[in-house]
Design a protein around this ligand. Structure first.
Ligand SMILES: NC(=O)c1ccc[n+]([C@@H]2O[C@H](COP(=O)([O-])OP(=O)(O)OC[C@H]3O[C@@H](n4cnc5c(N)ncnc54)[C@H](O)[C@@H]3O)[C@@H](O)[C@H]2O)c1
Ligand SMILES: O=C(O)[C@H](O)CO
Length: 385
């Protein structure tokens, strides 16, 4: 069995033992735990194996904060044997977690919604713009000393204003992204989701009325009956669904063939939403088709050939990487674990977590977001601020 190589400990005399599988940004999360008699252990190695985490849990562990690791029977049974009752992903996505295995062992599974919505949407918007105007290609061109002067055809890209932006998965992040592209570039929206995004529709309608009252072309929205309608109509398509069996390889060879030859596809959800090998082949034969990718099917690796495609922009899963968001994710993950250890109720609205970020007042005595709270019989905190 692997043994941890370099353990960092805060508040070593703390009654409760909390393990963090990665060092997290900021210090508030540490203070919130140590102030509540927790000792925190983390290993300085960046990426831990399941065996490393089992060794780190040891024979006494009340809760774990993790991210991207394969949280299933092995880790949850190890945590239960160590007396643990709490786990939280430092992420809103939890496709890496077998929630039923956690519930079987009486372990709460936390996640961090809400705090990363705008940050992630801004990265998706950044990738959309960078792809539309070929920013990365042009930057590399300049750095290579190839610029000989202004030319009419040099790095000609796509205008966004008045074009159609497509969103697949119009939840928190998908809706925030849609608003950025509509407000920022007067794009028209078409979206596909299993559920109607009423708030988004009302926003676009009202914004269109505002533009019309000011003598401008109003923006429009359309809820697509099928995903294919989005792929067919949109000039820019951004993917924001959860990853589950219904969205695995949602974008594949057949769906890529439906898209416009000069469309832009952005993915800041999860890599396996796209059949990446099929995407590489599509990029090779469609030089005007462009992608902006923050996530990859086999992270941390890219499928063969993707790195060679000039019409692909690739960044290493940084969509939630703003200082405020990453420190907020660490805070929410820590408070999920602390709340479970202390027996706190569930927070009433995981989408409205601002009360947990006020550094001048103690956080509400509640777990910000537990995905299996009802299955574990945890009651809802009735406080609303
Ligand atoms: N790249 C990053 O760093 C990063 C950051 C945050 C979130 N994410 C990913 O983005 C996802 C979405 O986050 P969110 O907070 O917006 O979640 P959310 O639950 O608010 O939205 C997800 C949306 O996907 C929709 N959906 C589910 N199945 C679908 C299907 N088959 N077809 C179309 N739509 C479907 C849901 O109805 C929901 O509206 C997360 O699950 C996570 O995987 C990635
Ligand atoms: O799901 C999430 O929150 C992200 O992938 C982590 O940044």
């Amino acid at each position: 069995m692997a043994t941890p190589i370099s353990i960092q400990v805060w508040n070593p005399s703390g009654k409760y033992r909390v393990v963090s599988t990665k060092s997290m940004p900021g210090t508030r999360w540490i203070k919130l735990l140590t102030d509540q008699d927790c000792r925190i252990c983390t290993e300085k190695k960046t990426i831990l194996s399941v065996e490393d985490i089992v060794a780190l849990i040891g024979d006494k562990c009340d809760g774990v904060i993790g991210l991207t690791e394969d949280w299933g029977e092995v880790l949850f049974s190890a945590l239960r044997r160590a007396g643990g009752t709490a786990f939280s992903n430092m992420a809103v996505g939890y496709n890496n977690v077998d929630v039923s295995a956690a519930t079987k062992h009486g372990i709460a599974v936390g996640n961090t919604p809400g705090v990363l919505t705008e940050t992630t949407a801004e990265l998706a918007a950044s990738l959309s713009l960078a792809a539309a105007r070929r920013i990365v290609e042009a930057d590399q061109f300049m750095r290579a000393g190839l610029y000989d002067g202004w030319l009419p055809h040099l790095f000609v890209g796509n205008l966004l204003k008045g074009q159609t932006v497509g969103v697949i998965g119009a939840g928190r992040i998908g809706s925030a992204y849609a608003r950025m592209m509509i407000e920022g570039f007067k794009m028209n929206l078409i979206y596909y989701d299993l559920y109607q995004s009423t708030r988004l529709e009302k926003f676009v309608t009202a914004y269109g009325q505002f533009l019309k009252a000011n003598g401008e072309q109003p923006v429009t929205w359309k809820r697509a009956a099928t995903m294919e309608d989005v792929l067919r109509d949109a000039d820019v398509i951004s993917l924001h669904p959860v990853l589950d069996k219904t969205t695995y390889h949602l974008i594949n060879k057949e769906s890529l063939a439906i898209m416009k030859k000069e469309a832009i596809l952005v993915n800041a959800s999860r890599g396996p939403v796209i059949d990446e090998a099929a995407l590489v082949e599509h990029l090779k034969v469609n030089p005007m088709f462009r992608v902006g990718l923050d996530v990859f099917e086999d992270e941390p690796y890219m499928k063969p050939g993707l790195a060679d495609q000039k019409n692909a922009i690739v960044v290493p899963h940084i969509a939630s990487a703003s200082k405020w968001t990453r420190e907020g994710m660490a805070t929410l993950a820590a408070l999920n674990v602390l709340g479970r250890i202390k027996g706190y109720p569930l927070w009433s609205d995981p989408n409205r977590v601002d009360p947990f970020f006020d550094e001048n007042t103690p956080p509400p005595p509640a777990c910000p977001s537990i995905v299996n709270g009802k299955q574990l019989g945890t009651y809802i905190c009735m406080q609303r601020t």
